[in-house]
Each structure stands twice: as structure tokens, then as C-alpha cells.
Design a protein around this ligand. Structure first.
Ligand SMILES: NC(=O)c1ccc[n+]([C@@H]2O[C@H](COP(=O)([O-])OP(=O)(O)OC[C@H]3O[C@@H](n4cnc5c(N)ncnc54)[C@H](OP(=O)(O)O)[C@@H]3O)[C@@H](O)[C@H]2O)c1
Length: 315
């Protein structure tokens, strides 16, 4: 299985991860109604069987439930996995001690001694300066409770700043986790991808299937059919779905050539960008297995370019 390092000489993880926001989350994803603990446990197992062992979670997903479920599954799995989780820079957290307390709680829920990748969920520095935050994280790397440091939703400038603070401690900024898919390419036009390449920072691509749109299962005829908060998202309206038809048509066309689904082609395109690890969410074994099918083959250079061209409106 191909692995990628998180940042410069960081931990090695699989070239594709799996997102677990929907594991335990009722607010956005309707956990407990259409799917529940059994289905996500099967997703965990199916991912590992397919060779995907890198899981992304956050302390806020399901208010801790996603981490707790993962913790339970890891105990039962008896197979080494790598976990990325996230710290929420909330207003009531304004001292370095909050970082340490949050890590203790995540480690307990995950039933682990060490977290492979610990990320700052959003760039809110109003309550705690970047300087204090990054230094508190560097302390935790030195203590061995986290193996590497990442950020999420950071601009290019914020990445440079965090990178510089950590460099003084001799610790690399390993990751910036950002929204990136064929229908969300702002990280290219806003200089984030370029900055990541320059600084040797790995991009974790979140919502890589545009929350299901790139699977092709939502069509103008079935507009408004997704569950949960996506019902209100204009991208899932019939107008929104008509706009993405050219991208989906090309995904289907290329998929036919390789005997792959549109989702698998869309994920393969992201991996073709280099040092980009997509972390598609999966609610069940079928989705986890299918997404893992994005590994082990490659689109040709010309096909990568064709997808780039057809998705330019989303740059
Ligand atoms: N750092 C951040 O701020 C941030 C923000 C968002 C997400 N994330 C991370 O990124 C991960 C992925 O993002 P995401 O969940 O927003 O979007 P996504 O991965 O683009 O889409 C996930 C959804 O698409 C559908 N799906 C996935 N695979 C499928 C398949 N093979 N066939 C058919 N349908 C499939 C499922 O929903 P349905 O079956 O209901 O359609 C699934 O919940 C999250 O779990 C989380 O770890 C991070």
C-alpha cells in the first residue's frame, strides 16, 4: 500500500484516509436515524480490510462521540491505525493549559497513548495567540502525546506564520486540512496549495466528494433528497445539480475506461495533485470499500488535465 509522510519526515499514513465527522453526528448528518453505530463499525472494518488505516476525527464531531466510537473500534481491531484529530480554539480556551486538557480528553476517548496528527480546527487567534497555541502544541510533541502538528482552514499567510513559530522549536508544520475537490478548488487560486508545496506541508482534502455530489447519486430529478443539513445547500437543488453535470459526465466517461465509479475517479484526481490526501467520509462498509477503490491505479496526465479544465468554474 502506498504511504505518504505527513509533512517533512513526518508519520507515514495511507495515501487515502477516511473522514469520521458523520460517526455520531446528529446535527448535520442524521446519525441514529438512517445509520448508526453498527454501520460505522462496519465502515471502520471495511476500510482496514481495504488497506485504509488513516482516520480523521475531531473532538467536536458528535460532541466527542466520533472519537469514542473510534476508540472502541481500535480496541477491538487489534490492527495499527493512525488517527488525526482536532482541537477547537473556543473562546473559553485562552491559556496553554486548555490545549493540554483537550489532548488528555481526546486521548481518553480514543483510548490511545499518542495521537498521530493533532490539528487546530480553525484559525481563531482572537482568544489565544498563534504563538501561545503553537508553542503549547510543540510542548506536546516533546512530551510524546502527539506525533505531529497540523492546522485546518488556514490561509497561506496563516500557514507561513504557524510554520515559522514551530520552526523555532525545530518542529515542522505537517498538515493543513482544507476543503478541496473538483467542485471546490479555491486552495489553488488562493495560494494555499503553492504555499503547502513550498513549505513541504501535506494537504488533507476534506469534503473531497463535495459531500456526496461527486458520487453522481444526486441528480436534478432527485434534487433535495440528501438527509440532514445538505437539504438546505443550494448545490443540492436541481439548479445546482444541473451546473455540475459537465464534471459528472467526464467522471462517468473516465470511470467507464477504468471500470471505476465517479467517486473513485474524483478521489484519484485529488491524489494526482501530489502530497494531497483525500479523507472522504463513509457512513457504511459499502462507501468505505468503494472509496478505497480510488487507490492502486492512476489517471493519465491528459485525463487529469481534462478534469482540471472542466472544473475551472470552481477554481
Ligand atoms: N476541517 C474541517 O473543517 C472539516 C470540514 C468538513 C469535513 N472535514 C473532514 O472531512 C471528512 C470528509 O468530508 P465530508 O464528510 O464533509 O464530505 P465528503 O467526504 O465529500 O462526503 C461524504 C458523504 O458522501 C456520501 N458518500 C461518501 N462515499 C460515498 C460513496 N462511495 N458512495 C455514495 N455516497 C458516498 C456519504 O453521505 P450520503 O450517503 O448521505 O450521501 C458521506 O457521508 C469529514 O468526515 C471530516 O473528517 C473536516
Amino acid at each position: 500500500m502506498t504511504t505518504i509522510s505527513l509533512g517533512k519526515n513526518g508519520p507515514q499514513v495511507t495515501a487515502l484516509g477516511i473522514g469520521t465527522w458523520s460517526w455520531g453526528d446528529k446535527l448535520f448528518w442524521n446519525y441514529g436515524k438512517d445509520y448508526g453505530a453498527d454501520e460505522v463499525k462496519e465502515a471502520f472494518r471495511a476500510a482496514i480490510e481495504a488497506g485504509v488505516t488513516f482516520f480523521d476525527t475531531a473532538e467536536v464531531y458528535g460532541l466527542g462521540k466520533s472519537e469514542s466510537l473510534l476508540g472502541k473500534f481500535i480496541q477491538q481491531a487489534d490492527f495499527p491505525v493512525q488517527i488525526a484529530t482536532k482541537y477547537g480554539p473556543f473562546p473559553w480556551r485562552f491559556t496553554a493549559r486548555s490545549v493540554s486538557k483537550a489532548i488528555t480528553a481526546s486521548l481518553q476517548r480514543l483510548q490511545l497513548q499518542q495521537i498521530t496528527l493533532y490539528q487546530v480546527h480553525w484559525p481563531f487567534t482572537f482568544f489565544m495567540s498563534q504563538e501561545i497555541l503553537m508553542n503549547a502544541l510543540a510542548d506536546e510533541v516533546e512530551k510524546g502525546r502527539i506525533q505531529s502538528i497540523g492546522v485546518s482552514n488556514y490561509s497561506a499567510e496563516q500557514m507561513y506564520q504557524a510554520h515559522e513559530i514551530l520552526a523555532k522549536r525545530g518542529i515542522p508544520l505537517a498538515v493543513n486540512q482544507v476543503q478541496y475537490s473538483l467542485l471546490s478548488r479555491k486552495i489553488e487560486s488562493q495560494g494555499i496549495l503553492d504555499a503547502a508545496r513550498k513549505l513541504d506541508i501535506t494537504i488533507l482534502a476534506y469534503s473531497p466528494l463535495a459531500q456526496g455530489l461527486l458520487t453522481g447519486k444526486y441528480t436534478p430529478e432527485k434534487a433535495g433528497s440528501p438527509n440532514g443539513a445538505r437539504r438546505l445547500d443550494p448545490r443540492f437543488s436541481s439548479k445546482g445539480l444541473r451546473q455540475i453535470a459537465p464534471v459528472l459526465n467526464l467522471l462517468y466517461q473516465l470511470g467507464e475506461k477504468y471500470n471505476k465509479t465517479p467517486a473513485q475517479v474524483a478521489l484519484n484526481w485529488l491524489m494526482a495533485q501530489g502530497k494531497v490526501i483525500p479523507i472522504p467520509g463513509a457512513k457504511n462498509a459499502h462507501q468505505a470499500r468503494q472509496n478505497a477503490g480510488a487507490l492502486g491505479w492512476s489517471l493519465q496526465e491528459e485525463e487529469v488535465k481534462q478534469l482540471e479544465q472542466v472544473s475551472r468554474p470552481w477554481l
